[in-house]
Design a binder for this molecule. Structure first.
Ligand code: PLP
Ligand code: SF4
Length: 425
């Protein structure tokens, strides 16, 4: 049997593979089993030799955050200039991952704090995140959850899964369940079918979403039998994670087409990464290629404050400039929402350019993407429809800013706790 390194080298050279090698290559289990985990394999593939210091640094990094790169994903790297390759940089460890910056946090999104039972993050009123897998096909170097992903101690057991499902069952306000991980598609078809089956029997759950990076790093995972499982569930949405236009290959296009063919709406979440996709041109190419393949760009994330990610982070202004380059300049549905996931846990906060310049009693001054400034006259007579009747009937109290705006009760302030002048009252 051919060695994985040889097959990758043949693909790099554009040589035809034997039938046997093609069969192995397209077998997702073979890909996972033969993931690149050794520095020596990377050296062989790119014909380099790291010096003792470099390989020592990388070994140390791998001890903290394991390396696993699918042969498929590694084969997308440009062998000539691999060090500057955006695919390589998402996959290959960097000793800077061991640097902990001043504001870094182990759990920046406080997912553990908002966890009513293990494996469930319940942060928003009507939806929960269920961590159903702890492994991934490839360990992204920029992963927010890298402290957990790949850690054998936190692999969710079936009992834990049942507890999570139980929590969803007894919490009627949950109408949307996000299956996440790790990567849910690293689980077997049967197990996924079981979880989807369990959740779909809960009457108040209206939709289920799966977040997976397999279309990017392991497209062969989307087999016909997996598609058959997914097809069984109405109201299933899928979000994937393309960060760079180079990741959209013929193989990934093929699986996107299959998923769309199965009637599954597709979204994409990208992370803004320094020196990888932090440019208006790259982002525009990415969103164009996505919509061409019927994938709606959903979120562009500001890189989180997880430990060891500082070298991936950009200023927020870089993201704002990207949003400025998209809105108006291209199809509206090709424009994702740029979000900062609130450090300390507060959920996603959308940020973007300001389009409202000023207000008066009945005028709003706006600017468009070209810088044209315009005036919107508000109606002289407008009587707002009250939501009060509906709110009284359902008894659901509007929270936060929506609560201040509504007539539900008399509250006029949101006050942080711990303000000393308030405590004296
Ligand atoms: C992102 C996220 C969701 C889903 O948010 P949407 O804006 O609805 O996509 C739900 N729960 C948690 C904890 C999340 O991080
Ligand atoms: S696929 Fe997602 S969860 Fe897995 S390592 Fe990459 S970013 Fe993290």
């Amino acid at each position: 049997m051919q060695k994985v390194v040889e097959i990758i080298k043949q693909r790099q050279r554009g040589q035809l593979l034997s039938e046997e090698a093609i069969a192995l290559w397209q077998d997702w289990k073979w890909q996972v089993k033969h993931s690149i985990r050794e520095i020596s394999q990377v050296e062989e593939i790119f014909d380099v030799k790291l010096d003792a210091y470099q390989s020592n640094d990388i070994e140390k990094t791998i001890k903290s955050f394991p390396m696993a790169i699918t042969p498929y994903y590694l084969s997308l790297v440009d062998p000539v200039d691999f060090k500057n390759d955006p695919v390589f940089k998402q996959a290959f460890p960097d000793k800077r991952e061991l640097d902990i910056a001043k504001y870094d946090m182990a759990d920046p999104l406080a997912e553990d704090k908002d966890s009513p039972v293990e494996g469930v993050t319940h942060r928003y009123p009507d939806r929960v995140l269920l961590h159903i897998s702890n492994t991934c096909a490839m360990y992204c170097r920029h992963c927010t959850r890298k402290r957990k992903v790949g850690d054998v101690d936190s692999i969710p057991s079936k009992e834990q899964m049942l507890k999570g499902i139980e929590y969803i069952k007894k919490t009627p306000e949950i109408r949307d369940v996000l299956l996440s991980g790790g990567d849910p598609f690293l689980l077997s078809d049967e197990y996924l079918d079981w979880i989807l089956g369990e959740i779909s029997t809960i009457p108040h759950v209206e939709l289920v979403r799966i977040g997976t990076r397999t279309p990017v790093v392991l497209p062969y995972r989307i087999t016909d039998s997996l598609i058959e499982v997914l097809k069984k569930y109405d109201s299933l949405w899928l979000n994937t994670h393309f960060n760079h236009p180079r990741e959209i290959t013929e193989a990934s296009k093929g699986v996107l087409k299959k998923l769309v063919g199965a009637g599954i709406p597709l979204g994409n979440q990208s992370v803004l990464l320094a020196d990888i996709n932090d440019s208006t041109d790259i982002m525009k190419q990415l969103v164009h290629k996505l919509v061409q393949n019927k994938v709606r760009p959903y979120y562009l994330y500001q890189c989180d404050l997880s430990e060891g990610l500082e070298h991936f982070r950009t200023p927020i202004g870089v993201g704002i400039e990207i949003m400025e380059s998209l809105r108006g300049h291209t199809s509206g549905f090709a424009v994702p929402t740029y979000v900062v996931d609130a450090p300390g846990g507060g959920g996603k906060i959308p940020v973007g350019p300001n389009y409202m310049l000023s207000w008066s009693a009945n005028k709003v001054i706006l600017r468009n993407f070209e810088g044209v400034i315009t005036t919107y006259h508000e109606p002289d007579a407008y009587k707002q429809t009250s939501n009060k009747l509906i709110q009284d009937a359902t008894g659901i109290k509007p929270i936060g800013i929506q609560g201040l705006l509504s007539d539900f009760d008399d509250s006029i302030t949101l006050t942080p706790s711990g303000i000393s002048r308030r405590e004296k009252e």
